[in-house]
Design a protein around this ligand. Structure first.
Ligand code: G6P
Ligand code: ZN
Length: 541
């Protein structure tokens, strides 16, 4: 039977990055089927269309892929290009959609959230430009989930997703492709692989922690096979359904094994980690942590050294809570610099319109217009290429950068799982006094201005309100506060702290110490600890 009757299921509203739920919820009868049929309906059907399908290898991914193929076949799709084993990193899926001229793609991932039967699963639809569906599409999907009465699903045996090549399911062609090769080939067009091979041949030591998630096979192929890095350079290189129990989020808290190695006595020259689906990155040198905001600024300043960007950048964009370090580089290079709300999707229009080629976020996301997703391994290769050309260590590159542009000391403090009411009241109170803060003196700092960020997209004119609170202090320091849009438990308050030091003195302080006055002023103005009873943040990046 092809047509199955169903009824709407609650809780199918896609968030920042598709639909993310506990795996057990996705495994309920009809849950995935309803959502996928609603997605196909919302994009005008898939009859005659070509789609890309794959995910980060987490628990339930393969079964979900089988189901989606049967729904696509029954809905008349012409071809689905699937990564072998239902594997594709998010940037590799974005690349395949673009390279193969596909009409769209389905990515099976909950990004940096843990995986397994008791953890998270997710489904995301990407458009023909390779980027995540915009809000107009995700809300159409949601509307459709609320009125759905049936879905089409072919009654066919499970296809073989482990053998490369074409097969058919009904009228539809299933094309199983190597998940890695097209992506690795794309990287070869952007970076100087000869220089990188020489770098590794000269004894340069790197540690890549793929955190038992999807970048493992990509990193092994690129760093070890193609660039000659010693075997074992990539650790946790096999994607596992539960990520081996790891929480695949590349930050100092969750990538603690890598942190310990890089801060230890015999640290390699360079270290990096990526997340579940391979779009996030963390960059480290021996004894050195590079904040994502500084990473973006360094990449902007040095991009011309990398073959793919040798003619210069079109422009740079960062999310509002990301530090202004990149702005200083853009100003020096005469580049346009855009400040967008949190969320990679806001960069898509700017890239499609040819206004920017480099984008980054404080949340460990960096990327360029080579795809329409952020790209973890791309960021690692950017750094490697720059290190190879400049023949300096990560620490030396940072020191040199700060000496030239000054340093934007930066840190993010997260207060997780707060009662939603409490968090909302606290920010509501802040909203109420925003207008009266100007000129206020607190902890030796004077408020210069304060507002709630509102973004007008320069390409399509759409307006996004309520995108975070900003308090600017005289002298270039600021604090930004917003509630996370991706948390799954209660409310997560993110406090982004920034202080500019022009130099030449005071460029090598400990960020927490340099930011202490702003932390104290924030407590005086907002009363986070006083109101929540917490003694400090749960996560510091
Ligand atoms: C996802 C998006 C990022 C965004 C991040 C923000 O990872 O892909 O573009 O920066 O969420 O998360 P938050 O929890 O701060 O809303
Ligand atoms: Zn991710």
């Amino acid at each position: 039977m092809t047509r199955h009757t169903t009824q709407p299921i609650d809780g199918q509203k896609p968030g920042t990055s598709g639909l993310r739920k506990k795996t057990s919820i996705f495994m309920q009868p009809d849950f995935l089927e309803n959502f996928v049929q609603a997605t196909f309906d919302a994009v005008g059907g898939v009859t005659g269309k070509t789609l890309v399908l794959g995910g980060d290898g987490r628990y339930f991914g393969r079964e979900a892929a089988m189901t989606i193929l049967k729904i696509a076949a029954a809905n008349g799709a012409a071809r689905v290009i699937v990564g072998r084993g239902a594997w594709l990193s998010t940037p590799a899926a974005s690349n395949l959609i673009r390279q193969r001229g596909a009409d769209g793609g389905v990515i099976l991932s909950a990004s940096h959230n843990p995986g397994g039967p008791d953890e998270d699963f997710g489904v995301k639809y990407n458009m023909s430009n390779g980027g995540p569906a915009p809000e107009s599409v995700t809300s159409a999907i949601y509307d459709r989930t609320q009125e759905i009465t049936g879905y089409l699903k072919l009654d066919a045996p499970d296809p073989d997703l482990d053998t490369l090549g074409e097969s058919t399911m009904g009228e539809m062609v299933i094309e199983v492709v190597d998940p890695v090769s097209a992506y690795a080939d794309l990287m070869k067009t952007l970076f100087d692989f000869n220089a990188l091979r020489d770098l590794f041949e000269s004894g340069f030591r790197m540690r890549m922690d793929s955190m038992c998630a999807i970048t493992g096979p990509y990193a092994v192929e690129i760093f070890e096979n193609r660039l000659g890095a010693p075997k074992g350079t990539v650790t946790h290189a096999t994607p596992l359904p539960d990520f081996g129990g790891m929480h695949p989020d590349p930050n100092p808290t969750w990538a603690h094994e890598l942190m310990a190695e890089m801060m230890g006595e015999s640290a390699p020259d360079f270290g990096a980690a990526s997340d579940g689906d391979g779009d996030r990155n963390m960059i480290l040198g021996a004894g050195t942590y590079v904040s994502p905001s500084d990473s973006l600024a360094v990449l902007a300043a040095n991009a011309h050294l990398v073959p793919g960007y040798k003619d210069g950048l079109k422009g740079v964009a960062r999310s509002m809570p990301t530090s202004a370090a990149a702005d200083r580089v853009a100003e020096a290079l005469g580049l346009d610099c855009y400040e967008t709300p949190t969320g990679w999707k806001f960069f898509g229009n700017l890239m499609d319109a040819g206004r920017v080629s480099l984008c980054g976020e404080e949340s460990f996301g960096t990327g360029s217009d080579h795809v329409r997703e952020k790209d973890g391994l791309w960021a690692v290769l950017m750094w490697l290429n720059i290190l190879a050309v400049r023949k300096m260590s990560v620490a030396e590159i940072l020191t040199d950068h700060f000496a030239r542009y000054g340093r934007n000391y930066y840190s993010r403090h997260d207060y997780e799982a707060l009662p939603v009411d409490l968090a909302e009241t606290m920010l509501g109170d802040l909203r109420a006094k925003l207008g009266s803060l100007k000129g206020t003196q607190t902890e030796g700092l004077t408020v210069e201005s304060s507002d709630e960020f509102c973004y007008t997209d320069p390409v399509d004119g759409s307006v996004s309100e309520g995108q975070g609170f900003r308090i600017l202090f005289e002298g270039g320091s600021r604090v930004v506060l917003r509630l996370s849009g991706t948390g799954t438990q209660g409310a997560t308050l993110r406090v982004y702290l920034e202080r500019y030091a022009p130099g030449p003195d005071g460029l090598d302080r400990d960020p927490q110490e340099a930011l202490a006055p702003i932390i104290a002023a924030t407590e005086a103005l907002v009363g986070i600890r006083a109101r929540t009873g917490r003694t400090g943040p749960d996560v510091i990046t």
